[in-house]
Write a protein that binds this ligand. Structure first.
Ligand code: ASP
Length: 444
């Protein structure tokens, strides 16, 4: 046996704290920026690349394995419908919490006109803001059903070579899995055991990559702090807005924990402890897609959700279910309207926010900053004056990264929660059997 080590989440947290401290220290030395860029940041990038490297093979293997394990198509339908039902419910709850808090707290009324002027003049961010608006507008000009067209690959190998096309890979894998159920088992045995073994290997790769996580998180946090050069003055002006988002996100976590306690009948603290490494990675990477392999490993091996359920619910959830993002969109939309277009803050418009935020969070990519792009679509849907769009985004830009980190934690927690609920309600929640990277080696 190896020496009993500190649990992974503590090691990651230590890396995070050390990274923040190093980042702050390095902003005070003249060579800090160059040093971080040349010698520290690459380690974080390598780590994120390694996680992304295994995301597509993992989705393919786990979905094909998960679905083809189901004995019949009816079971797939049950799991599929429950998943969609829970995802809709949690997302709607998130948006309603966001809107309610924004209306109660009214963060827009607590910001001084001077801060608004400063934020609007914040030239540093204007280029990035217009890039986001451009991305959103190209998405908007497409036909309403384009999102369905985009889900179907015209070349599956092309889809597998681009992480942004994750939904296309999911489509292909689900189709492959379902087709396998329709063929007599003895004929597909080899293909099935191939994907089964492949899935095992990839999950072991996650264990190996995670050995490096505390160091990588250190690098990610240092690089983040050194590179953002946060303007604390501006951030303070946005305090009430940020607090509203954070309060909403906390309430959302509370809501998940109630579901875990009363529907899944598990201890919420135990659950949080099991998935905490995935949450910490979501925080440090701001990307649910990059976190997906870890979320899968935690949910399957440490919470005890059957592969059949986790393999389907989590990859779909990473792109489709973003509760943190939709909550943030609701708060941000109300905040921007309040300041720049108060006459637009009507009940009808708030209902429109509910609907568009629901779809916008489905359409948002699982990468840093994607939520802000989709916010443009939400604002557009309520008829927000286009000439004020850039000013609107500039208002919230200064504080977007920290809020992105937090909402990604909620996105990942939501996926993990729903997979546990679906597993519980379909009798697929087992006693967890955690595996370590070296347990085969130890068993000589
Ligand atoms: N960064 C978020 C995610 O990957 C998306 C967003 O809200 O920007 O889940």
């Amino acid at each position: 046996m190896s020496i009993k080590k500190l649990p992974l989440h503590w090691r990651i947290m230590a890396g995070m704290a050390a990274g923040i401290a190093a980042g702050i220290a390095l902003t005070y030395v003249p060579w800090g920026n160059d040093f971080t860029y040349n010698w520290i940041k690459p380690w974080g990038d390598i780590f994120i690349r390694m996680l992304k490297m295994i995301a597509i093979p993992l989705i393919l293997a786990s979905l094909v394995k998960g679905i083809s394990d189901m004995k019949d198509i009816v079971k797939f339908k049950t799991i599929g419908l429950r998943t969609l039902g829970w995802y809709m419910l949690t997302t709607l709850t998130a948006i309603i919490i966001g809107l309610t808090l924004a209306n109660l707290i009214r963060p827009g009324s607590k910001i001084s006109p001077e801060t608004v002027r400063k934020l609007e003049q914040n030239l540093g961010s204007s280029q990035a803001v217009s890039r986001k608006i451009e991305t959103a507008l190209t998405q908007k000009e497409q036909p309403a059903l384009q999102f369905l067209v985009d889900m179907v690959p015209d070349n599956v190998f092309k889809a597998m070579s681009d992480n942004r096309l994750m939904l296309q890979v999911i489509f292909f894998a689900v189709f492959l899995g379902i087709t396998m159920i329709l063929i007599p088992p003895h004929k597909v045995r080899t293909v099935k055991s191939f994907f089964d073994g492949f899935n095992e290997i990839i999950l072991k790769m996650v264990d190996l990559i995670m050995l490096f996580a505390p160091w990588a998180v250190f690098a990610l946090m240092t690089a983040l702090i050194v590179s953002t050069g946060a303007d604390w003055g501006l951030m303070k002006g946005l305090l009430w807005y940020a607090l509203t988002v954070v309060a909403g996100l906390l309430l959302m976590i509370g809501f998940y924990m109630l579901l875990i306690k009363f529907v899944a009948k598990k201890d919420p603290w135990w659950f949080l402890k099991q998935i905490s490494p995935a949450q910490l990675l979501a925080f440090s990477t701001s990307s649910s897609a990059a976190t997906l392999p870890v979320t899968m490993e935690r949910v399957e091996e440490h919470v005890g959700v059957d592969k059949e359920v986790a393999g389907f619910v989590l990859p779909v959830g990473a792109t489709v279910n973003m509760d943190g993002t939709s909550l943030y969109q609701a708060v941000a939309a109300v905040f921007i309207l309040e300041i720049l277009w108060p006459e637009g803050l009507t009940l009808t418009n708030q209902l429109k926010i509910v609907l568009t935020a629901l779809f916008a969070s489905i359409g948002a990519a699982a990468v840093p900053g994607a939520g802000m792009v989709m916010l443009v679509i939400v604002l557009d849907a309520v008829g927000f004056p286009p000439d004020k769009l850039a000013a609107g985004l500039a208002l919230i830009f200064a504080i977007d990264r920290p809020l992105d980190m937090l909402r990604t934690v909620v996105n990942v927690t939501g996926d993990a929660t729903v997979s546990t609920l679906v597993a519980k309600t379909t009798g697929k929640l087992h006693r967890p059997k955690p595996k370590e990277w070296d347990d085969y080696l130890d068993r000589k």
